[in-house]
Structure formats: C-alpha cells, structure tokens
Design a protein around this ligand. Structure first.
Ligand SMILES: [Zn+2]
Length: 161
C-alpha cells in the first residue's frame, strides 16, 4: 500500500496547484494512509482527481471527493462541497461527454482546391496560398515562416537560370 500511495501522489502531481514542497507531499501520503483502505480505492481517487477535478483544492476537498464513494478508514467524513463528484453525477457527466462526441458532425472539406490545407502545390513554385478561408487563416498564422521558406527555395532556382 505504501508503494501505491507513493505512485498515487506522484500521479496527483499532474493536478494544477499541486504543492511542490516535499513536506506537503509527505503530509498527503500520511493523510492517504489514514483515509484510504485499499489500492482500488486509491486508484479510483487518483483517477477521479485527475480526470474530473483537475486541480488541487486542498486536503478537505480530496477527502470530500473520496467520501462521495467510500467510507474513510479513519472515520473522518467530509462534505463534498459540490455534489458533482457523486458516482451518479460522474456517470451522467461521462455519458454527456460521450454523447457530445458522437453528435459532432463528420469532417467535411470546404475547399476542394486545397482540401482545407490552405496551400496549393504549384509545379515550379514552392507553394501557393489558397484564397479560401483556410488559406487566409494559415497565412496569418504561418505566413512569415512560409514566405521565408519560399524565398529560400527560389534562390537556387534563379542561380540555375
Ligand atoms: Zn482552399
């Protein structure tokens, strides 16, 4: 279990605002040791914190999230400030997310000239910006870089001629 706790704390370091001080992390390990009874519970807590909560909000909130699903081994219960981490709420959230992914429209190509790449290959030239919205957008973003590339590519051609 000790090893599982060390792993869990290093994974929790992904959370935004997670304390960097070694002393704080040790304190968290002791808290997990007191509160969590099994590696399975620890795994659920770590996953939920990373996937659903995303940021470190302090030990009380961590305990609150844990309490929505398990009863703490040390018997200290904390309110989960928002009921949004209850198993039922998490499940419906996951379903909603899946639904919204499924309902995304299939990718459509708007510009047949460049296939929405924003650039057209022209024989003898390096590249040509497409006049469509993808081309304008890409030119704004990468224009300078691409123009430099184009100039560099044209130089040896001139020397040959
Ligand atoms: Zn185009």
């Amino acid at each position: 279990m000790k090893k599982a706790i060390i792993t869990a704390v290093s994974e929790l370091a992904l959370l935004r605002y997670f304390p960097v001080e070694a002393s704080a992390r040790e304190a968290l390990m002791r808290l997990l040791e007191r509160m969590v009874a099994t590696p399975e519970q620890l795994g659920w807590l770590t996953r939920t914190m990373i996937d659903q909560v995303g940021e470190w909000q302090g030990p009380k909130e961590l305990r609150g999230v844990f309490c929505t699903r398990f009863s703490p081994a040390d018997g200290i219960k904390a309110d989960c400030s928002a009921g949004e981490f209850s198993p039922a709420a998490l499940e419906s959230k996951a379903m909603l997310r899946e639904k919204s992914i499924r309902s995304l429209p299939p990718a459509t190509i708007h510009c047949l000239k460049c296939c929405d790449q924003g650039v057209i290959d022209v024989p003898g030239q390096f590249i040509k910006w497409c006049g469509c919205s993808a081309g304008i957008k890409r030119r704004q973003k990468e224009g300078k870089y691409m123009d430099e590339l184009e100039q560099a590519a044209r130089k040896p051609a001139k020397a040959e001629a």
